[in-house]
Design a protein around this ligand. Structure first.
Ligand SMILES: [Zn+2]
Ligand SMILES: [Zn+2]
Length: 498
């Protein structure tokens, strides 16, 4: 693939230390990152990487009436009829080359939250080539004082009748990468070219699968009853991009969506197996930063200092008792300190120490009560040692991702099983990971699916955890994700209109 001069420039000058964090606390903008400002979504499409359209798309040149889809919507059969399965599978598999190509292009050019300029441009160019209308400028960064980047790179595209009196549902994909130095082996042709940034959470795959689904849905557009809203969402990794898009009218713009579906590739589940559960599937998440201030001085004269390192160490240890001693044994919670930074010299007691970490719980209520407890422990410990302390939380804590029980029971579990390898949905316990799809699921009935990808037969091992520097995608699951999206969309619309 040809690289545009703009992309070469960005790739060459973008640098972020691998030790930099992904948390939404202030870090300095690096060269090539946008400073705060109003989003401008002006894309020079000539500058964007070349894209390859699905071959059937080139052949057909846009949408056409699909008899099977028309019969599905017009006929007396129910939303779970088998008729569609084969045709969608065929169309998804036919897109194999397009999917691999798209995913690898996105993978080579990862961009962290609120800086997804090239990613957005690539998606926009693909949608334009497919003749799919879209709006951009979504997910403007409302906290540029904390997270560099103006944002506004989100994209929303509607496919279908666009009629307010017919149902509308959302399919969602996230777009952003992480500040991780990629160490994945065996992907020399498409390794990250933005040093220190990596698609280590599979969002390149999510975007690809939604583009694949878009191309199929567009081909069927004239036969669909209702509207499918595609949500390409930036800033999932701590930036609450989904919340921004909701505030900007994602759910209130006509036709108003009444259900939403999202998915995530999942390395601990066999490739092709689909998992989900009713109720809470992912945790509520909050992040904190604690600045402990003491009095610095000579390391040989500690009595003349107030040592922030000893104080911060006590804080870390005391926080570990919170879950064990203040949370009911029947509830779930996590308090993890993930960064401890202090001092520069072997003979100087520094004046301050910095801690960062995360709080997780399965309900917002427990999350907020843990947050209160953290504050209490931190303040009391600092007082004991004579240090001052300030605690900062993230701009937006994430609610838990809760799958609507009725939607799960009456719809999602059956469609998930249809698309899962072996025809069975894998039941799982909730995980303490957070997801900003939770903001959508808070507003309208939704289901979040996990798409297993841990047992690839070729390429690098695909069972490294999400956010691991060796994380690798099992690309063979891409068509399955596409098919899951399309089946969910068509079947949900059918069920809603019958
Ligand atoms: Zn992630
Ligand atoms: Zn993710």
């Amino acid at each position: 693939m040809k690289l545009s001069p703009a992309i070469v420039f960005l790739a060459a000058c973008a640098y972020l230390s691998p030790s930099a964090n992904a948390l939404p606390f202030k870090r300095n903008a690096k060269d090539g990152e946008d400073e705060a400002g109003v989003a401008e979504a002006v894309i020079d499409y000539e500058e964007v990487l070349e894209i390859r359209l699905p071959s059937s798309f080139e052949k057909l040149g846009g949408s056409y009436r699909n008899e099977i889809v028309e019969n599905f919507f017009g006929g007396t059969g129910d939303a779970f009829s088998d008729d569609l399965l084969e045709v969608i599978d065929h169309l998804a598999n036919e897109r194999h080359d397009f999917l691999i190509d798209t995913r690898r292009n996105l993978h080579r050019h990862p961009e962290v939250m609120y800086n997804e300029h090239d990613t957005s441009a690539y998606i926009q160019k693909t949608l334009k080539a497919m003749d799919i209308k879209f709006t951009t400028g979504w997910a403007v960064n409302t906290h540029p004082d904390r997270i560099p980047g103006k944002g506004g790179y989100g994209i929303v595209a509607d496919i279908g009748t666009h009629r307010a009196d017919e149902p509308c549902i959302i399919l969602r994909a996230d777009m952003d990468a992480l500040p991780i130095l990629e160490k994945t082996q065996g992907i020399d042709g498409f390794k990250s070219e933005n040093e220190g940034e990596m698609h280590a959470c599979g969002h390149d795959a999510h975007t690809t699968m939604l583009l694949g689904a878009a191309s199929i849905l567009k081909e069927m557009e004239d036969s669909i009853n209702g509207t499918v809203r595609l949500m390409f969402q930036p800033a999932e990794e701590g930036g609450a991009g989904a919340k921004r898009m909701i505030e900007e009218g994602l759910l209130t713009t006509d036709p108003k969506p009444v259900q939403a579906f999202g998915m995530h590739v999942w390395p601990s589940i066999p490739s092709g197996t689909i998992a989900t559960r009713p109720g809470t599937i992912l945790a509520a998440a909050e992040m904190f930063e604690i600045l402990v201030s003491g009095v610095g001085g000579h390391a040989a004269m500690p009595h003349l200092t107030i040592d922030p390192i000893v104080t911060a160490s006590s804080i870390v240890m005391n926080l570990q008792t919170l879950i064990a001693r203040t949370l009911s044994p029947l509830e779930s919670g996590v308090v993890s300190v993930t960064k401890f930074e202090a001092g520069d010299a072997f003979n100087v007691i520094p004046a301050s120490a910095l801690l960062r970490g995360t709080i997780r719980a399965l309900t917002t209520e427990t999350l907020l009560s843990l947050r209160d407890r953290v504050e209490h422990v931190v303040t009391a410990t600092a007082n004991t040692h004579g240090c001052n302390v300030t605690i900062t939380y993230s701009a937006d804590y994430y609610p838990p991702t809760v799958n609507d029980p009725t939607l799960f029971e009456e719809f999602s579990k059956d469609v998930g099983a249809m698309l899962s390898k072996d025809g069975k949905l894998l039941d799982i316990v909730p995980t303490m990971g957070g997801e900003d799809f939770g903001f959508v699921a808070e507003k309208i009935p939704a289901t979040f699916f996990l798409l297993g990808q841990g047992t690839a037969h070729t390429g690098p091992p695909t069972n490294y955890g999400l956010h691991h520097p060796h994380f690798a995608l099992d690309e063979s699951v891409l068509p399955r994700g596409v098919a899951l999206h399309v089946n969910l969309a068509l079947r949900a619309l059918k069920k809603l209109s019958s």
